[in-house]
Design a protein around this ligand. Sequence first.
Ligand code: AMP
Ligand code: ZN
Ligand code: FE
Ligand code: FE
Length: 285
Amino acid sequence: MSMATLNKPAWADLHSHSTASDGRLSPSQLLGLAAEKGLALLALTDHDSVAGLAEAGQAANSLGVKLLAGVEISIDFEPGTFHMVGLGFDPGHLGLLAGLDKLRQAREARNPKVLEKLQGLGLDLSWADVQGNAKGGLVGRPHFAQALIQKGFVKTFDEAFDRYLAKGRPAYVPKARLGAQAALDLIHGAEGLAVLAHPIQLGLQGPELRQLIGELHEQGLDAIEVWHPDHGPDDVKVYRDLAHDLSLGSSGGSDYHAIPGKAGELGLPGMSLQAAQELLKGRIS
Ligand code: AMP
Ligand code: ZN
Ligand code: FE
Ligand code: FE
């Protein structure tokens, strides 16, 4: 049991990653850290995968932390990055698992192309160098970045993205993505809540942002991630007001990956357990 939550407001973090995708901590290590930090509730929201949830659930039970099933899905979108987080669904739902399996196949088709591009640029890198970093989870660009650092081709994670892996850079390969409606249907089909993750990354502001979120609301979006490490105080106000005006829920989480040099600390910025309970409407056991 974690110490010292008595008399203090209980805290929740509704966005985090483990080795099932591109986080560096195993699901049980992540839950261990959540307990250390005194979190009452953690959502594990790996990219395209629910494979970490079973181990996370066992650790959560023994540590006295509540675990919420989650997943983060990349949506086909321009100009920026559009991620949708699903929360509190049934992780055994067959339709959801089938949808995620298609995304896994799309990654498996993309990864050799990224490797070929890097090799074509003269970088001596093997698939084993990359895959070894994934610890059995889904391989993504962060594992390529880690391999580039290990091989001495770049010094930092950001440099790996800026020089090679980011959109528009020479080793970028787009991956097959879902449309927003397809992702909403997958999440809702499994009884989950659909949250627009880190809206700042959409690259939209003002009326354009409002219009997109209004359309998503009509398509069934449930909530906006108001609290995220990429959001400054002014951003938080914009997204909180938008959520309020459009009658959407407000969510928040750290997007913690345990990647050195990548911003973020587990639990920061989280949200109060009470606000999380209101958002999740009975989805916390
Ligand atoms: P993937 O799902 O394989 O396309 O990898 C996406 C992940 O890469 C994101 O969740 C981020 O953790 C990381 N990422 C994407 N773009 C950047 C960037 N420009 N700088 C640093 N990390 C990035
Ligand atoms: Zn990630
Ligand atoms: Fe994301
Ligand atoms: Fe994330």
